[in-house]
Design a protein around this ligand. Structure first.
Ligand code: ADP
Length: 558
């Protein structure tokens, strides 16, 4: 080994402690080290190569006697020459990349690193060179692969995006088969799914005609069944000798290669996507397998989505039919209540008529006891009449047959009249009343009789459900085309659980029934129906034990 390379290496290598040093001469030891390096090493003086190691010979393909006639410009590509000069002049110790040129003229990627060393009277550069061509290629390949996979992902997501998002279960399955063909560039795609009776049946086909397929899940040797049970894909490059697919299908379609891809949903196989090609595919690359697997996962989502939507559609249909049936039965019930009430009204009118004759003593004088009994009959007959009238009103409101006779009037007068009528009851129960009416009339266009019923019901309730000594406040205001009537009492109140049901027919709050306060639970249902028939609204707020506030809003006509 030449002395300068020895010097150079000595300069570069840290020597082992003298006690550990092998008993070899420095020359031999350094030559061995230089030759066993992975890197090529050479020394040049002003660019002239003067020494080199064995890896240099292998890397550049020059014999030593040829190499020592070369300059650095011969072994590195010309576009790097300026860079080389800079590095040499600047005595740089950086690592940098260049393209080396071998004896056969082949360009190789190289990484170099130099260092200035003493060389007799002069200085030289010792340069280590590493061939990075393979690494570069590998890096490029990774880049290309990453690019290809990104393109695959784009294709799959594009196709998956076109899968329908509707309740059309069959349409979604057909789109899946079409998508599989697009992704695989195949000739025919068939989706096989369990039919719930131990068979896998074809639920959609795309690309070519195929008779319906039907495979028992436990069929020995059938590829579809095997893939369904194992959840593992199965690829056949040449279907000629394949037992797992019926000859009929192969011959009819002209399939040459085929792939059975399981469709997995949460780790469970829900179907098998069979894709066939009319040309021979030598093998299914990992990349193609990954793409099909990815698409199958999208298909599983699409199938589930379509099935859920279809089921939802079906449920919606059932619900709509049930609602219609309920509406009809409600209608039948309202009509029934209405006709029965009418029938009851006639005999009751007759009872009341004869009662009047009896109480007027036109047909004979009555004893005190007889009068008392007739009073009881009269009271109850009137209660019955009120109940029948209420039922008729409610049925009329429900089936939209209650005639409204609209006329213009002042709502203040109606409210005032209502209070006046209740004065005796208020006095009897020792209730204080606070009435606030606006100075100007509150003009509305409504059915006086029906709105009178609402006012009477609210007042009667306030009186009925407020213990003696309590207070009732009635306020009427008008603003922005709306009349607002508030009836507030300091009575027994209503529990929060009951408030929501208050306007249901026959509903009576616990606070009323527990104290055995009489009533039918029809008044508020009727009031709500009447108010709403006038385009208004009614609401309540209440606190159990502290009182209730009923508010009615009605559009004014002014
Ligand atoms: P009725 O008064 O004949 O029971 P309503 O339909 O007028 O029927 O009222 C329904 C229920 O609402 C009453 O039974 C009662 O429980 C409750 N309610 C109505 N008004 C009041 C009120 N002012 N205070 C307390 N509870 C009331």
């Amino acid at each position: 080994m030449a002395p300068s390379l020895k010097n150079g290496l000595r300069h570069l290598l840290r020597r082992a402690a003298p006690g550990d040093a092998p008993r070899l001469s420095d020359d031999v030891r350094l030559a061995m080290i230089a030759d066993t390096l992975f890197d090529a090493v050479f020394v040049h003086v002003d660019g002239w190569i003067v020494e080199l190691n064995r890896p240099f010979e292998e890397m550049f393909g020059y014999r030593p006697e040829e190499a020592v006639r070369l300059t650095v410009f011969d072994i590195f590509a010309s576009e790097y020459h300026d860079l080389l000069v800079d590095k040499i002049q600047g005595e740089s110790t950086d690592r940098y990349e260049v393209v080396g040129v071998t004896a056969t003229g082949e360009g190789r990627h190289m990484e170099v690193c130099g260092r200035t060393i003493p060389y007799g009277e002069r200085t030289a550069r010792v340069v280590a060179v590493r061939d990075t061509t393979e690494r570069k290629l590998a890096e490029e390949q990774v880049g290309v692969l990453a690019f290809q996979y990104a393109a695959d992902l784009t294709t799959v997501s594009e196709v998956a995006r076109r899968l329908p998002r509707t309740a059309d279960a069959l349409g979604a399955r057909e789109a899946i088969c079409e998508g599989a063909l697009a992704v695989c560039d195949g000739m025919i795609a068939v989706l096989m799914e369990p039919d719930g009776t131990g068979h896998l049946v074809s639920t959609a086909v795309a690309g070519a005609d195929a008779a319906p397929m039907h495979v028992p899940i436990d069929a020995e040797g059938a590829a579809t069944a095997r893939v369904f049970l194992s959840g593992e894909p199965y690829f056949v490059a040449d279907l000629t000798g394949e037992q797992g697919l019926s000859r009929r299908v192969v011959d009819k379609t002209g399939a040459v290669s085929a792939l059975w891809q399981p469709v997995l949903q949460d780790g469970r196989t829900v179907g098998v996507l069979l894709v066939a090609w009319d040309r021979e595919l030598a093998h299914l690359s990992d990349r193609a397998a990954a793409v099909v697997g990815l698409f199958a996962a999208e298909a599983a989502v699409a199938i589930e989505r379509a099935d859920v939507l279809a089921r939802l559609d079906e449920l919606n249909g059932t619900l709509a039919r049930q609602v219609e049936a309920l509406r009809l039965s409600d209608q039948v019930k309202s009509d029934f209540v209405s006709s029965v009430s009418h029938e009851l009204r006639t005999p009751l009118a007759s009872i009341l008529g004869y009662l009047e004759i009896l109480t007027s003593e036109e047909v004979g004088e009555l004893t005190d006891l007889q009068s008392e009994f007739l009073d009881i009959i009269e009271t109850n007959s009137h209660r019955l009449l009120t109940l029948i009238d209420d039922l008729l009103t409610l049925a009329g409101l429900e089936n939209g047959k209650l005639a409204m006779r609209l006329e213009a009037f002042d709502l203040s007068e109606l409210v005032y009249g209502g209070i006046q009528a209740e004065r005796p009851a208020l006095a009897e129960r020792g209730l204080e009343i606070d009435l606030q009416l606006p100075a100007d009339p509150v003009q509305i266009n409504a059915d006086t009789h029906r709105l009178g019923q609402v006012v009477d019901n609210l007042l009667a309730n306030a009186i009925k459900f407020t213990p003696a000594g309590g207070r009732i406040s009635v306020r009427l205001t008008e603003a922005e085309g709306l009349a607002e009537l508030v009836v507030e009492d300091s009575g027994i109140g209503i529990s929060p659980d009951d408030v929501g049901n208050l306007f249901e027919r026959f509903f009576r709050a616990g606070s009323a029934t527990e104290q055995a306060i009489p009533g039918t639970g029809l008044g508020l249902a009727i009031s709500k129906g009447i108010v709403e028939a006038h385009g208004g609204a009614i609401a309540v707020t209440s606190e159990l034990g502290h009182g209730s506030t009923f508010t009615v809003l009605l559009p004014t006509s002014a």
